[in-house]
Ligand binder design. Structure first.
Ligand SMILES: [Zn+2]
Length: 317
């Protein structure tokens, strides 16, 4: 029998990325095209079909070798029913994507949210390769999370497990309201948005910082760079982001006992500067036996994690 392959689709607001992934989790070919959200959900679905067919045609594989097409999307997904419940980035509301694509492509279809598929990608083929229990954080505009236990995505009662950005870890007196409506969520401090907000607050307060000299808007990278070059205010901001990440990991560790925490997303590019402080807090707040053998490392797959994990839904979920 000829080798089976999987197509992973990373359905984003600007681009749809499709990748051919082999059964060992290797990304062997990729293709990317515009999502074209303004044209409406029908056009977006047409594009998914077009790009999936295109990449297989361009590859050395035959369509008959495609064993499944997995899709990851930012938003709420009903994994069991195969429905994208709400994905504002791509303009989808209650779209039964699985049945639509199954009919059009004649292949098994699986979906999940972007954070879960990225976590699965890292666990299968990236920084968690060979490790069965890992928890992933993605530090971007928000803080995404995905939990892999026993090699599989933990979905929870209604598919909402792993919403790590909404752990209420910030004490009441320091808490601000999160986009989810609640107070004190991790992502109000440890996301790029949170870091930028803290930097703008410091500049408005008149704190002495090189960040006040920036002419265009402050980015999270500006804050991290300033911290690395010794700016006290920026160091305090990055330390705060790291502290609450470490604190949330202490809570996750005693609940799930993962072997590895994997951190990706733009903010994770701060590197060891950030990771050292996260580890320090984690070790300080977590009972010693629970910390043994546990590592906190950077993600390895970057933007490919979504495609690889979406393909992995067939083998690992
Ligand atoms: Zn929240």
């Amino acid at each position: 029998m000829s080798e089976q392959i999987y197509v992973g689709v990373d359905l984003g607001g600007t681009a749809i990325k499709v990748g051919i992934v082999d059964a060992a989790g290797n990304l062997v070919q990729t293709y990317e095209g515009p999502t074209e959200v303004p044209k409406g959900p029908e056009a977006v679905i047409d594009n998914i079909e077009k790009y999936v067919r295109h990449i297989v045609e361009e590859s050395p594989y035959d369509w008959s070798q495609v064993a499944g097409v997995g899709t990851g999307v930012a938003g709420f997904t009903n994994v069991k029913e195969g429905v994208i419940v709400l994905a504002p980035n791509v303009g989808f509301k209650d779209v039964p994507i699985r049945s639509i694509l199954e009919e059009r492509l004649g292949k098994p279809i699986k979906i999940d949210n972007d954070a879960n598929v990225a976590a699965l990608g890292e666990a299968w083929s990236g920084a968690g390769k060979g490790i069965d229990h890992c928890v992933c954080y993605t530090l971007g505009t928000g803080v995404g999370g995905g939990i892999i236990i026993g090699g599989r995505i933990v979905q929870g009662f209604s598919g909402l497990a792993g919403e790590l950005g909404h752990m209420a870890v910030i004490p009441d007196l320091e808490a601000i309201q999160c986009g989810c409506g609640k107070m004190g969520c991790l992502e109000t401090v440890s996301s790029a948005t949170g870091i930028i907000r803290m930097a703008n607050d410091a500049v408005e307060r008149g704190d002495r910082t090189s960040l006040s000299l920036l002419e265009s808007g402050i980015t999270a990278k500006d804050v991290i760079d300033a911290a690395k070059s010794g700016d006290e205010v920026a160091i305090r901001i990055v330390s705060r982001a790291a502290f609450y990440l470490g604190k949330s990991m202490a809570a996750v560790a005693v609940s799930l006992n993962p072997e590895r925490f994997i951190i990706g997303g733009g903010v994770s590019k701060a590197g060891e500067f950030l990771f050292e402080q996260i580890r320090e807090t984690f070790l300080k707040l977590t009972p010693e036996p629970v910390t043994r053998g546990v590592s906190i490392v950077a993600a390895e797959l970057g933007n490919d994690a979504g495609m690889i994990g979406a393909a992995g839904l067939f083998l690992r979920s």
